[in-house]
Design a protein around this ligand. Structure first.
Ligand SMILES: [Zn+2]
Length: 575
């Protein structure tokens, strides 16, 4: 492609809307443009990368035995009502009506649709296992679309669904997909971890997330360097040592604490450690007050709370002052476990039951109570673990200390079981001629998010550094002075020669200053660079790589193909 003809609107300045590197660089390199919040267009250079990522995903999915098809983004309400997700999926679901007022959604995922597709066609165990996938546009009306392709409201996803006769075979399908994902993310050159995830809106019990490790990631991962345990912060089991507790239960005492509402203010006032406080977090679940008591030095994990309550995360919100006043008779900041209104639900993290002589809110404005003990002074629904993991917590698998890191969720795999087949009445006849629901799994890869993840891991202050197999073009030939006939002739000759070998080549023949061209070349991140300048009459050009731009060497133009071949060989690739 000749860049003088190319639609590649690069930006000289950093766009103000961009907060993370991939977003900034995709915009600056003229690869994407925003239409409205969370909705992007993929421009020619960017779309080439999207297609390359898709192709790697496609090849490995095909290799795993999954078959590609393409479904509609539009799905009728009835399918989602059958699974119970029309209401449960929450406000992220993009709903619409046709001219006859029939309701539809723009698919945020396709479990119902795939289950419905096969249910009348697959009748016998002999037709199983089956694994189908598509690469298609998905819609989620995110509350906070941000970070460019990282969290969009419209995005390209690969989603696959497996159908098996029983749990054991489903687990095999799951492991087969896991292997395929390992191959995909390895080929994409991503540094990633496979971590236990929460199943959330998908249902089922077991799931794993493939996290591309990056400081820009929205996901937090707790992992252990001593064994292979790794889990998202939503999922990670929290184990920690509670500080030494006295055995004696002291007598309860009301203390006047005017305007002291935060744990830090209370720590100053009582002159005791944070861990001796019991923190109350108050939620509103469908108008009902729920008070959760956790150790004062820890944070509550809302996902664990929602799982315990059996509700979706959009059904829970922090209680407002009015609800707090209703259930505690006190202002916000003085909530505790003793003397709550009858209709308030009291939930207690199990650690609280092991702690002695706690300071709690007094359920009376400006008062706290000290020396409060579980069992003696209050009781509630005790839940094993409602806490958010943090660095230094104990690994549930080996007992060593865990670390925390940020990651981008680029893939996820779910063992769904029979949730969708039962609700949509999708059954087959087993060997004994008995009707059985399909046992299912579902498997996603965020294609456009993966593009962003690659950039997060491969960039420097000057721009993107594409790995060879996802770069929009392999080679860029830059002409220093396009008015110079020798330079243009040699560049065109090289360009034609490289294209004829099957390489993907850009020719920067724009009538721009060399500095502008070099900056754009760095910005768009083409891996192999050839500069045609003053020594063109001697057929000598400069050769360098985006990964090490300072290592420039002058070479005869006839040896270029050989150098490029070596680069591909090093990367284990063909062209
Ligand atoms: Zn461990």
């Amino acid at each position: 492609m000749k860049m003088s003809k190319m639609y590649m609107p690069t930006l000289k300045e950093d766009p103000s809307e961009a907060e993370i590197s991939s977003h900034r660089l995709l915009l600056r390199a003229g690869m994407i443009r925003r239409l409205v919040s969370g909705v992007y267009s993929y421009l020619p250079l960017g779309y080439r990368v999207v297609r390359k990522v898709e192709q790697i995903v496609r090849e490995e999915m095909d290799r795993s035995g999954s078959q590609e098809l393409l479904m509609s983004a539009i799905q009728p309400k009835e399918l989602w009502e059958a699974s119970g997700r029309w209401d449960n999926f929450g406000p992220e679901m993009w709903k619409l009506k046709d001219r006859n007022s029939r309701e539809f959604c723009l698919g945020p995922t396709h479990e119902e649709y795939f289950t419905n597709l096969i249910k009348d066609e697959i009748k016998s165990y002999k037709q199983l296992p089956l694994n189908l996938y598509q690469i298609q546009t998905k819609y989620r009306d995110e509350k906070r679309p941000r970070f460019g392709l990282m969290r969009g409201r419209e995005f390209i996803m690969k989603d696959a669904y497996s159908f098996d006769t029983d749990h054991e075979n489903m687990v095999k399908a799951y492991e087969n997909m896991w292997d395929a994902y390992d191959r995909i993310f390895t080929r994409l050159k991503l540094k990633y971890k496979v971590v236990q995830g929460d199943t959330g809106a998908m249902g089922g019990k077991v799931s794993h997330e493939f996290m591309a490790m990056s400081e820009a990631g929205e996901g937090l991962v707790a992992y252990c360097d001593h064994c292979d345990y790794a889990a998202t912060d939503e999922k990670a089991k929290v184990i920690y040592e509670i500080s030494e507790q006295s055995t004696e239960e002291l007598s309860k005492e009301k203390v006047y604490t005017p305007n002291l509402k935060t744990i830090d203010e209370l720590v100053d006032f009582f002159k005791i450690d944070k861990s001796n406080f019991a923190k109350a977090v108050v939620y509103d679940v469908n108008g009902k007050g729920i008070v959760v008591i956790i150790p004062g030095d820890r944070e509550l994990n809302e996902t664990k709370l929602c799982n315990y309550l059996g509700i979706a995360d959009h059904e829970i919100q922090m209680a407002d002052e009015e609800l707090i006043l209703n259930i505690t008779k006190a202002n916000k900041g003085f909530t505790g476990p003793i003397g709550l209104a009858e209709d308030a639900r009291l939930i207690v993290d199990s650690r609280i039951t092991k702690m002695k002589n706690l300071v709690v809110g007094g359920n009376e404005t400006d008062y706290h109570i000290k020396n409060v003990n579980y069992g003696r002074d209050f009781e509630g629904e005790v839940v094993e673990d409602l806490l958010l993991v943090r660095e230094g917590d104990i690994c549930p698998k080996c007992g060593e200390k865990m670390e925390m890191a940020r990651g981008i969720e680029v893939g996820n795999i779910f063992q769904l079981g029979t949730k969708y087949s039962e609700s949509l009445k999708a059954k087959f006849l087993d060997e004994d001629g008995k009707e059985q629901p399909f046992v299912m799994g579902s498997y996603g890869i965020g294609i456009t998010r993966t593009v962003a993840a690659i950039i997060e891991q491969y960039h420097d202050e000057n721009g993107i550094i594409w790995p060879l197999n996802t770069a929009p073009y392999h080679v860029i030939v830059t002409v220093i002075n396009t008015k110079n006939e020798d330079q243009m002739n040699l560049a065109e000759k090289l360009y034609e020669e490289l294209i004829s070998t099957g390489l993907e080549v850009l020719l920067d023949d724009r009538n721009e200053r060399a500095g502008v061209k070099f900056n754009d070349r760095d910005l768009i991140g083409i891996p192999i660079r050839i500069t045609v300048g003053k020594k063109a009459p001697e057929e000598i050009v400069e050769y360098s790589l985006r990964t090490s731009p300072e290592d420039r060497k002058e070479v005869g133009s006839s040896s270029i193909v050989k150098l490029i071949d070596e680069e591909f060989k090093k990367a284990g690739l063909n062209y």
